[in-house]
Design a protein around this ligand. Sequence first.
Ligand code: GDP
Length: 365
Amino acid sequence: ALTAGIVGLPNVGKSTLFNAITQAGVEAANYPFATIDPNVGVVEVPDERLDKLTELVKPKKTIPTTFEFTDIAGLVRGASKGEGLGNQFLSHIRQVDAICQVVRCFVDDNITHVDGEVEPIRDIETINFELILADMDQIDKRLKRIEKQVKMKDKQYIAEFEVLAKIKVGFENEVPARSQELSKDELEIVKHMQLLTLKPMLYVANVSEDEVATPDENPNVIRVKEFASQEGAEVITVCAKIESEIVELDEESKEMFLEDLGITESGLDKLIRAAYDLLGLETYFTAGEKEVRAWTFIKGMTAPQCAGIIHTDFQKGFIRAETVAYKDLVQYGSEQAAKEAGKVRLEGKDYIVKDGDVMHFRFNV
Ligand code: GDP
């Protein structure tokens, strides 16, 4: 499964947020396949469509799809040079698929900031710079390793050399690889490097308790948004402290609490959805009397690939997929009615599954 790593300087609210994630997390018993790694928090992906399908189909049980966050502690200024947890931190970050960077926007004189004043842009630049330095280091090592082949005019290595040299120039101007103009071919050539600055980045602005309903009035948030828009990145706002209180509540109290705060969605739910989008993830459903279930797939996957998420046999023996769009199923009220209206399609092996498709796979065993 794809996972998003949570990073940030010390005292910005990472642990508070991650604790909320693990507390909201799914029961390990229901998800025996889930990792027991204490640094991983598995959460259910909130999806109103699943509730609606449950109402329609009235199954014995309903199973949401899940998403994993990884807590990556230990990033400090100088990490790429081995400060703090240094290299250990960097190897953990290499294993995640996207990065959620928690940025402190709340001012609280009782909580010291590692660099004095609360200054979110300086913090972001500190972290982004460490990631660039780590990538730079890796590129230099690689360049040294392929030096000989390049000298021997080996075409494949010359191509790699050129892309790496280009990325290095960007780094010298402090531009992360994800913001550099790299073609599909160029990206393919450097894929094996797992560069940290190629991973998609989401900024998580942590605001104070009295700002959750009006985060855009916080000048720090405004600056983070300006910064992020320059690199085409998303920003979500949360109050980590409030999130740690929300997870203690049951569903009903949670709604009342959110209403009192003047918001419609918890920060954690926003974070889950934003991370899901950032990774290009979508959801399809299976809906039967026994269970209604949401399944995560990567945008662009074909019907057999999606069937393979349930079971490899479904993919191997795939014949076709009976498919109805969520919207049509809800509009007609039942699969039978949707079928009569001609809304249930038989899709073959080249069909690209769409977000919200309700699928029934036919396969040979
Ligand atoms: P980390 O070092 O980034 O993991 O930060 P922590 O989660 O340990 O938070 C550092 C301190 O900031 C703790 O005392 C938290 O209670 C406090 N803190 C975290 N989030 C908030 C917040 O949203 N508002 C306020 N006022 N304090 C917070």
